[in-house]
Design a protein around this ligand. Sequence first.
Ligand code: ARG
Length: 587
Amino acid sequence: MTLKDDLSAIVGDAFAGEGLDRALGAVKVADRPDLAQFQCNGALAAAKAAKKNPREIAGAIAEKLSARSEFEEISVAGPGFINLKLSAGFLSPRVDALAADRRFGGWAKPAPEKIVIDYGGPNVAKPLHVGHLRAAIIGESLKRIMRFAGDKVTGDVHLGDWGLQMGQLISELRLRQPDLVYFDPEAKGPFPADPPISLADLEEMYPAASAACKADPVRADLARKATKELQSGRPGYRALWRHFVDLSVNAMKRDYADLDVEFDLWKGEADADPLIPELTEDLKSRGIIEESDGAQIIRVARDDDKKEMPPIIFINSEGAVGYHATDVATIVDRKRELDPDRILYVVDARQRLHFEQVFRAVDKAGYFDEAKLEHLWFGTMNGKDGKPFKTREGGTLKLRDFIDMVTDRARERLAESGFAEGFSAEETEAVARQVGIAALKFADLSNPRTSDYIFDLDRFMAFEGKTGPYLLYASVRVRSVVAKAQAAGAGDAGPVKLVADEETDLALTLLGFADALQDAYARRLPHLLCDHAFALAQAFSKFYAACRIVDESDASMRASRLTLAQTAGGQLDLILSLLGFSAPDRM
Ligand code: ARG
């Protein structure tokens, strides 16, 4: 139970004691922290229903609550808000319990689930770009949050390895090097183990091929044919495809590792392909697939639809398997291989219609309950011009260059601020990488998932304010405060005594972690956890400014403050890891 849950239960009892609905006792953090810690607005709703005076009801509830030891102060404000201030006697043991908890008070889900989270979506041969960045950052954090809450979570990168771009590449290479054995129609393999081209060739070839196909219908036709031949299993094309995938995946793994993003599965769209014939049969036999203009479609529109809901094209008139069918088959594959309770997709907002169609189709087919499929869409990272982030030259920035850019900026900031003074070149480099990545990831995570935001490197890189670098710095600082106090003989940590306001505020913040985590989990919104991390860093900073540790003469106060400091540090580091980044040892 979180603190809010506990308080709501206590206040709910008081409502029940007045013959009112227990649910009216819901407690939330006070809107006016200067007046109270928590508040309950239930008397207003109760009064409306009973046509009574809300202040009267609030007064009766407050009267009942005043008999309880949990509260130091209860007052009725405005039209009938019940304001609550908790007693130190209630708070201290709760903080002691939190301090002794390996999970630092983190909420645990009562009924954990088996979950697959699909949060990569990079495409083979196209280098990862900033558009894939949000999926990776948000998905990684959600995966960690869910695992911590108790779910069994499998992260799948779900490579884009089966689309038209594969045919574009194959036909491009065929024009460039027609004599390669892969293009010999008779060749059955085995084919050379080493790829015929390098990663750099591949990255150069894709834009060239895609531009050529756009400009020239003949080229587009060649690409379509090659895609079809690949999909129907031509051995030389399959072998080439394998090379392309391997080259790309190696490069992607390095980029993701730099971002501290780790997938359990490296499956792709191609892995769903073998299921297509069987599913097509099944869907046809049950009348779920219909034929329309030579294509195999599934209708997903419903009577009460407010917007247009086009059918999905399972197999197009040329026999090619498209994006919709791949996602349907992937759900069946996941069901068979992992049998998840739920599948989550962290993919950008532009694909909302796609997922809605896919979810309806699999539900209609009886393959998966659409209520257990969630598209956790996100907004766009824009440049200062308000348009999707681009390089200065106007191109899409590759993730690799982007990581280098934030690391360079972090290195400069470290030099300016003197935070890495006396560090070896190696350590400076490692810290710069951590600071740069934290700036990037925190900026992305601290913006609500569903909003667009503007990428402003200078702001994100600041060591003050709500930034990744500030949080890393706070984490290092708490640890150093504790280590210094211990070295100076402050003694052992001990039971918490809440005397100063700053101590109580820090205690309340620590106790608020369970609620923040539960909210972030329930709404799939990591920014709520970012808010908590920032509030915690600030509460610690105010506490440390107001409360001496080493110079405190009372040994029990020293012990209490050490506990508060250690616990704040532990909880902060835990949250940083749930958000997906790690703090340096020092800076
Ligand atoms: N490869 C796709 C893209 O770049 C994203 C894939 C997302 N995941 C999925 N199951 N459709 O747009």
